[in-house]
Design a protein around this ligand. Structure first.
Ligand code: PHE
Ligand code: ZN
Length: 871
């Protein structure tokens, strides 16, 4: 147990920085165990006060401090484990410090560390303080000049901005000097040094400037950066067209590293990527990898304006850059790959991660008001719900006012650190609307529940739609207020044709009802035929909606809703109800047959996009089902879901086999959306067939695996074999490893597929894999491939009634927390939902959380999450 309880940081305590730093010159003398960092800061007092200069600094060996050229004696400054304090400083002065750090032994992967023999940095959120003494907060913006000196064994020396000088030194050493003309907070600082190959390209911006583009990767890997480069160029053009934003430096660099806690990082002019989100070729990457690379490259690039040029005043405003940038990358992906399919995928991810978070003890508002470690707030709520909020804002004020508000935001806040209030103000001004209620979306945690009922009056030909909203309590927020919620809706008739209607005298095919009170009623007129309501089209708000719709209405929507999101949603709803009924011991066999028939019709729709059909075929995930009814029984849900899949596999066997053979690809692999959609459908058909583990299916899956000409199909085959189990699976696993053991990103897939195995032997297998020579828990990708995949995507085995799955996860958290608290903390989440499970399971989960909490030397990161999870 910790001896002292860490104190939370509160939004209400925000004070402007006591000192500002306009310029800084850093000099790095790189050596794996003894890197020297000299910093020369031009410091200026901010406002009238007599406070001492207080700088953050952790794990730094202080060599010297000088003020205006005069070295300070020990008595003239104070140093502890977290700060350097210098009292009695002038109003403006030059501070010089020198420290020594040990990148090689930095396994937390924050600050300056080594990965694959190269130096690299990760400073967001608070890693810069592990590099040098500094006011480590995002509202101190400075112009950086960085000199890097190293042995020539580290040929590339990179930092932010432009290269202004480089040269040779004696003793086999060399140096480079970089200058970044844009003032930035220290969390955007980056440095990379080492042997790298580079893929180069150029782009001419909208104003005619030529920008050099460089992607640095492991030697030999440059061809695998080609897709990321293509995605980068498309992102740059898209931001010009969609938001009028042009790139600002003459050089844009991306570096791929293998050891990285998160996905990627938007350092100014020098993005650093987890290699899993950058490297791709047909042989080693799946379509899903390509898709994620495209969206993350875009995300980090878009941060140049929403994050770098305009940054956050404090870390409570994290959604200001993250929610907005996710919104931008989702919009980009939708333009690249199709709006409906992209929306369905985004909503699936939102429900799986954010809705789960919102229903548990870790629920927090999009803008939280206190934290212990900000690292713990890089959550689905800040990112995904943060994006949903902006999407609603656009729906509420319309695309033109939205664009005008963004323009105003860029104009007003460029070069500054700001807040969510100021951001929203720009839209209020641009639209002339009072958006004060809307701010509730940022401050109130929890997923609103909507219930919709409608009454049709045949004689008057009117439809009255009533929608009620209620948000359940969340930790620290027992009561909730009504929020403005846009509900997009349209009407069909019983034959599935769109029906027009009148709202306030206006003839419409579709309308947006904005809820503002606990209950909102709208009357639609001119409704000639008995209607089927298609509500919350495009998932117009991040809510859970129940309606008075009957299965027959859902079948109408599934067959013909012009809104493809709702067409998909109707299928999911039908499936969810059938699975839940079966899990509750009341299977609706007739309903299941009817559903299978409807799915068959949907599959035969020649006009539908294969990518869409692939989504339609995938039944709601087990974590999704576990949210729908509580307490959740993962074993019963798994069985019920498999039973429905089996029924579909049997009922649709011929269609699925026909799809599978008909969609077989010949010719060269192309990662484009249409080709990826066909592969997705073919693999989805196989996955469904695998629910019927006959010898014939195993043969089909093995054939699929063996014939695969790309990683998408190889993984499709391997995953199907995993579901079927048996000697074919074992043979394929062995073959796969032998083939790919030299490719770390592919080996991750090999670990992950075994972690997802619902078979009874899976936990034993997963535990055994932690002793596999290729298992390296210091590498976050490898750790997540096995441990997170198991805990998050294998509910039936994670929730083993013995509690062994929970114990396994807790052991991993404790082991990893010794050296990498950020990554350890991200493993806590699956235990956080303990209250949602049957008490026999919940108590075992809780016991593991308590065991973690009672352990010696816990990091603040894990301490905070475990305390909140138990809270
Ligand atoms: N800012 C990064 C992004 O979303 C995420 C990140 C946070 C990366 C913290 C590393 C460390 O783009
Ligand atoms: Zn981001």
């Amino acid at each position: 147990m910790r001896t002292e309880t860490p104190q939370p940081i509160r939004l209400s305590d925000y004070r402007p920085p006591a000192f500002l730093i306009d310029e800084v010159a850093l000099a790095f003398d790189l050596a794996p165990n003894t890197t020297r960092v000299k910093a020369r800061l031009s410091v200026r007092r901010n406002g009238a006060h007599a406070d001492p200069l207080k700088l953050n600094g952790e794990r730094l060996k202080l060599i010297s401090v000088a003020v205006d050229g005069r070295a300070l004696a020990e008595a003239e400054r104070e140093v502890d484990a977290e700060f350097l304090t210098v009292p009695g400083v002038p109003d403006a002065f030059v501070l010089e410090t020198e420290v020594e750090i040990d990148p090689e032994n930095n396994k937390a992967l924050e600050g300056l560390y080594m990965s694959g023999g190269r130096f690299c940095t990760q400073c967001e959120a608070e890693g810069f303080r592990k590099i040098t003494y500094w006011p480590d907060r995002p509202d101190v913006l400075s112009r950086f000049t960085v000199r890097i000196e190293a042995d020539k064994a580290f040929p590339h020396l990179l930092s932010n901005g432009n290269l202004i000088e480089k040269g040779e030194l004696s003793g086999g050493r060399h140096y480079a000097v970089w200058n970044d003309p844009f003032p930035k907070p220290c969390y955007l600082f980056a440095l990379v040094a080492g042997a790298l190959d580079v893929l180069e390209d150029k782009l001419v911006t909208m104003s005619g400037r030529t920008v050099d583009l460089r992607i640095y990767v492991d030697p030999g890997m440059a061809p695998r950066a080609a897709y990321a480069m293509d995605a980068l160029k498309r992102s740059m053009k898209w931001d010009e067209e969609a938001f009028g934003r042009e790139y600002d430096l003459d050089l844009f660099m991306i570096v791929a590293v293998r050891d990285f806690n998160f996905g990627a990082m938007e350092n100014k002019g020098l993005n650093i990527f987890n290699s899993s989100l950058l490297l791709a070729d047909p042989a080693t990457a799946t379509d899903m990898d390509y898709e994620r690379i495209e969206s993350v490259v875009a995300h980090e690039y878009f941060h140049n304006w929403t994050g770098d040029r305009i940054t956050c005043r404090d870390w409570f405003q994290l959604c200001l850059k993250e929610g907005l940038t996710v919104f931008r990358d989702q919009s980009f992906s939708a333009d690249m790959r199709g709006h409906a399919v992209q929306r369905i995928k985004d909503v699936k991810a939102l429900r799986a991660r954010q809705f789960a978070e919102d229903q548990g003890p870790l629920a927090h508002p999009v803008r939280p008001s206190s934290y212990l470690k900000i690292d713990n707030f890089y959550t689905a709520t800040i990112y995904e719900k943060g994006s949903e909020v902006i999407r609603m804002l656009k729906t509420l004020i319309g695309p033109e006012a939205f664009r005008a508000g963004m323009d105003l935001y860029f104009e007003r806040w460029d070069g500054h650190a700001t807040t969510v209030e100021e951001f929203i103000k720009c839209f209020a001004e641009a639209s002339g609307r009072d958006l004060s209620d809307f701010f509730g979306w940022y401050e109130q945690a929890g997923t609103p529940r909507l219930s919709l009922s409608s009454a049709y009056d045949v004689a008057r030909r009117t439809l009255e739609v009533e929608i009620a909203q209620e948000t359940p309590p969340t930790p620290g927020q027992p009561t909730k207020t009504a929020l403005p919620i846009p509900v997009r809706l349209g009407l069909l008739d019983q034959d599935g044709r769109t029906q027009a209607f009148l709202r306030d005298g206006e003839a419409l095919d579709e309308t947006v009802v904005v809820l503002s009170e606990a209950k909102t009623t709208v009357r639609l007129e001119g409704v000639d035929r008995p209607p089927v309501v298609s509500a919350l089209r495009g998932f117009s708000a991040p809510v859970v909606m129940t309606t008075d719709a009957q299965p027959k209405d859902r079948y109408v929507l599934l067959a013909g809703d012009p809104d493809l999101f709702n067409r998909w949603e109707a299928g999911q709803e039908l499936a969810r109800e059938l699975i839940l009924a079966r899990a509750a011991g009341q299977p609706d066999e007739v309903g299941e047959e009817r559903f299978a028939e409807a799915m068959g019709r949907a599959l035969s729709d020649q006009a539908a996009d294969p990518a869409f059909k692939a989504l339609l075929l995938a039944m709601p995930s087990e974590p999704d089902l576990a949210l729908a009814r509580q307490p959740a029984d993962p074993a019963a849900l798994h069985e019920a879901r498999e039973a429905l899949r089996l029924r579909l596999a049997v009922h649709l066997a011929e269609d699925l086999k026909r799809l599978h053979s008909g969609l077989q690809e010949s010719g060269e692999f192309s990662p484009d959306a249409a080709s990826a959609g066909r592969r997705a459908l073919r693999n989805a058909a196989l996955e469904l067939l695998a629910a019927n583990p006959k010898a014939e299916t195993a043969e089909l899956a093995l054939g699929h695996y063996r014939a695969a000409g790309n990683m998408t199909d190889a993984m499709g085959g391997l995953a199907a074999l995993m579901l079927i189990g048996g000697p074919e699976y074992e043979a394929a696993l062995e073959d796969f490893y032998a083939k790919w053991k030299a490719e770390p990103l592919v080996v991750d897939k090999w670990f992950a597929v075994q972690a997802r195995d619902p078979d009874e032997t899976a936990l034993g297998r997963v535990m055994g894999l932690t002793a596999h020579p290729a298992f390296d828990p210091k590498n976050p990708n490898r750790l997540r491939a096995l441990v997170s995949t198991f805990a998050n995507f294998n509910p039936v085995r994670f929730h083993d009634p013995s509690g062994a799955g929970y114990r396994f996860l807790a052991d991993q958290i404790l082991a990893v927390d010794r050296y990498n608290p950020m990554t350890a903390a991200r493993l806590v989440d699956p235990l956080g939902g303990w209250r949602r499970y049957a008490p026999a399971l919940g108590q075992l989960m809780k016991a593991e959380l308590e065991r973690i909490l009672a352990s010696e030397g816990l990091s603040k990161n894990v301490f905070e999450l475990v305390t909140r999870a138990l809270g």
